[in-house]
Design a binder for this molecule. Structure first.
Ligand code: FES
Ligand code: FE2
Length: 370
């Protein structure tokens, strides 16, 4: 269980919040490249880290991510005209380039050249640098002096044909997703019937190891035949997870959602063929994470021994927030530290976890592909 204050610290990611400021030190996925496929195509709305923004591709193909509010009289830039290397507000014609510079003020023809230059310099719109990797537009929303190199996430570096990019809107706070992704115990229950049989052995060994990219969660199952079955998942700062199981392709909005109770089949559930009566690992995760409310109240929990990994993850995140606030280095600033994969292996009981894990998760990503 966490205090209300700790829960707020970990879950809120808007501007000025501790977690929001920490996450803004990393490149954040903002949209698919295909959403702004061609130069001068229609802009799209993007809500990112509690900020309402507008994304567009200019005449030169450069990507801009700017505040949705026009700095003149706060009209929405979403309705703007994307033309001649900039997005023009349709209310009074102010135009902004991808860097947020105001490049035209056609509504004050009476202003002198000097006055216009002054106006242009004052009318900057908030803009975040973007780049495209792995068919995704990424934004950096942190202090310019801290902007890191783009992390070498494996899926962004493989050839396009080897990649499937998708997304799924989940109506709950990010930490519920993260905790659900690293919760070792739920596989034996929530996913029973869908997960592999040996996942029914309840996890009894938990390891959470901080690393230069984030942390590693190791969960050990003991089938009682000598070796421990380790399942090792990596968390790359600030929130990436690499699954060691096959991922289920989703859509933006799931057919099975909270408004239809995820199409739960009580007969299936009662029969034992499926522990939940819900179809698909992704649906099961989403259902249970959304069921905890928009932001789970972690001060109302009663944690058990099986939550050991979750407790360690929270402590680690709180510690990282403290380190960040104190100006100490944070993990994940070296692009090559992201060259890791989740993995599974068997190891003798009592073998040192950290050393074996470290050897197993590090990979050498072969080719950098655009
Ligand atoms: S509100 Fe955008 S130009 Fe006036
Ligand atoms: Fe799950």
């Amino acid at each position: 269980m966490l205090s209300q204050k700790e829960n707020e610290m970990l879950t809120r990611v808007g501007p000025g919040t501790p977690m929001g400021e920490l996450m803004r030190r990393y490149w954040i996925p903002a949209a698919f490249s295909h959403q702004i496929a061609a130069p001068d195509c229609p802009p799209v709305r993007v809500r990112l880290m509690g900020e309402n923004l507008v994304l567009f591709r200019d005449t030169q193909g450069r990507v801009g991510l700017i505040d949705e509010r026009c700095p003149h009289r706060t009209a929405s830039m979403f309705f703007g005209r994307n033309e001649e290397s900039g997005l023009r507000c349709v209310y009074h014609g102010l135009k902004f380039d991808v860097a947020g510079n105001c490049v035209d003020v056609p509504c004050v023809p009476q202003a002198s050249e000097v006055q216009k230059r002054n106006l242009l310099s004052q009318l900057k719109i908030k803009a975040y640098p973007c780049l495209e990797r792995g068919d995704v537009v990424w934004a950096y929303m942190g202090p310019p002096r801290h902007k890191p190199e783009f992390p070498e996430l494996e899926w962004t570096r493989v050839p396009k044909a080897q990649r499937f990019v998708t997304r799924h809107v989940q109506e709950c706070n990010w930490l519920q997703g993260l905790e659900g992704g690293f919760d070792p115990t739920h596989l034996s229950f929530l996913h029973r019937g869908d997960a592999e049989k040996n996942r029914n052995i309840v996890v009894t060994l938990y390891e959470v190891v901080p690393t230069d990219f984030g942390f590693v969660v190791g969960t050990g199952r003991d089938p009682g035949q000598g070796d421990i079955l380790w399942n090792v998942n990596v968390m790359l700062m600030p929130f990436h997870k690499i699954l060691s199981t096959e991922n289920i392709p989703g859509t933006d909005h799931a057919v099975r959602n909270k408004h239809n109770d995820y199409l739960i089949d009580r007969v299936q559930q009662a029969s034992g063929a499926s522990y939940t009566g819900m179809k698909g690992l992704g649906t099961q995760d989403c259902a249970i994470q959304e069921s905890m409310g928009p932001i789970a109240d972690r001060s109302a929990e009663h944690l058990l021994a099986c939550d050991a990994a979750i407790v360690k993850i929270r402590r680690l995140l709180l510690q990282t927030l403290q380190d960040h606030a104190a100006g100490k280095p944070v993990p994940g600033m070296r692009p090559e530290s992201y060259r890791v994969r989740s993995t599974r292996y068997e190891a003798p009981r009592g073998a040192p976890f950290a050393a074996i894990m470290n050897e197993r998760v590090r990979i050498d990503v072969p080719v950098a592909a655009k």
